[in-house]
Write a protein that binds this ligand. Sequence first.
Ligand code: GLN
Length: 487
Amino acid sequence: MIDLTELTIKDAARLLRLGSVSAADLVTAHVERIERLDRHVKAFLRFTPELWERQAEEADRKLRAGDAGPLTGIPMAVKDVLCVRGVETTAGSQILRGFKPPYTGTAVSRLFEAGALMLGVTNCDEFALGSSTENSGYFPTHNPWDVDRVPGGSSGGSAAAVAAGEAIFALGTDTGGSIRQPAALCGVVGMKPTYGRVSRYGLIAFASSLDQIGPFTRSVDDAALVLSVMAGNDPLDATSSERSGGEVLNNYGAGVKGMRLGVPREYYDVQGIEPGVKAAIDQAIKVLRDQGAEIVDVSLPHTDYGLAAYYIIAPAECSSNLARFDGVRYGMSEVDAPNITEAYMRTRRKGFGAEVRRRVMLGTYALSSGYYDAYYLKAQKVRTLIKRDFDQAFERCDAVISATSPTVAFPLGAKTQDPLSMYLCDVLTLGGNLAGLPGISVPCGMSEGLPVGLQVLGPQWGENLVLRVARAYEQASGVKAEVASFA
Ligand code: GLN
């Protein structure tokens, strides 16, 4: 018997078209699984039966009429930072409790138009600040491979939902690694597009020059499909590119024969990389070489400064984006105060968690007059150098490969008292955000019984190259994103 909660989009779509299962069957199977497992995983913050019932009915009608789109009847989960009309959306924060957006963001509405069904809203670090989902204003999510460990973050709920068989695919956002890192730690595929590829309209902003929306899936083909549906110009986001969404699929099945793949030495030997992670990456490099790729040594000399620059730029943008949460316009409101300033302060003190307050303070400081040149401007200059490092690397190779995360999933609580060690989780991913590049994490084996991710980064607008490498690796290695065995 086929387990309907372990399918890829591609396989589920085939069964739906054959008529051997209905969208309603898929939903029922997922809801049953969620009822059985989610109290251990805690991937979801809330469920959306009002949506899935109507959407499944419509999907089944379309399937019967032979009028199905690429995602018709496929159940998905959506990170709590993406606005969906009428669905409580809180960015993992108490300050937005009760907020129901009056509109649906572009990425989600394109998926709805393509027929996807929404099961619910997934947990995340508050305003996507974090690498473990422990900064959620509600509760931490647990890694389905070992429920005493973190799923990664900030999109940990989405990664865990796909890894636990609680959704066929999910949406996340990636500002410094928040799709790729949890994908790696949960053993699923996660992709961050080129900055500007997917509209950010309807995404609750963290750092607007870095944020991108992307998919979590069980295969590279599925990631390519979901991305191609979401991508493409949107007049509602001024940074959205004119390029067509379909472009990401160009020739991505062609294999790596003749491609040059760069191994950045600063990433390969990054501080703190676990031996088991390194061994899995070595094995992946071998698989790609055996497939006919030429492996070249490249350098990203400013890697050491990336983390520092990111943790100036991201908090600076965060402090400015989060200024709108004042208790007057959205969500929580502590207006019972002697004056308006005190009302703002009480609302923000009560509504924001410790990490949000830390970032707002860091960011406000870095942007303040007198410190702006020393910190913010300096960080922007480093950002340019990092971009240039990648430009130079891509003169010598078509894509670069590395581990996604230096470590496998760590125990819950292991890094919560030490923000710097938490920040180090993204040392291999945040360069891609600073430079605006597309990147993917694909499962590449296990270390200490936990999943390891292989990261592929490509040049700007080179999603098709990134997908091509990831797909060639997936096919040749036989390593597939599996539903976690505890489930
Ligand atoms: N962990 C990084 C941070 O906390 C990245 C988060 C993200 O990509 N949203 O900023």
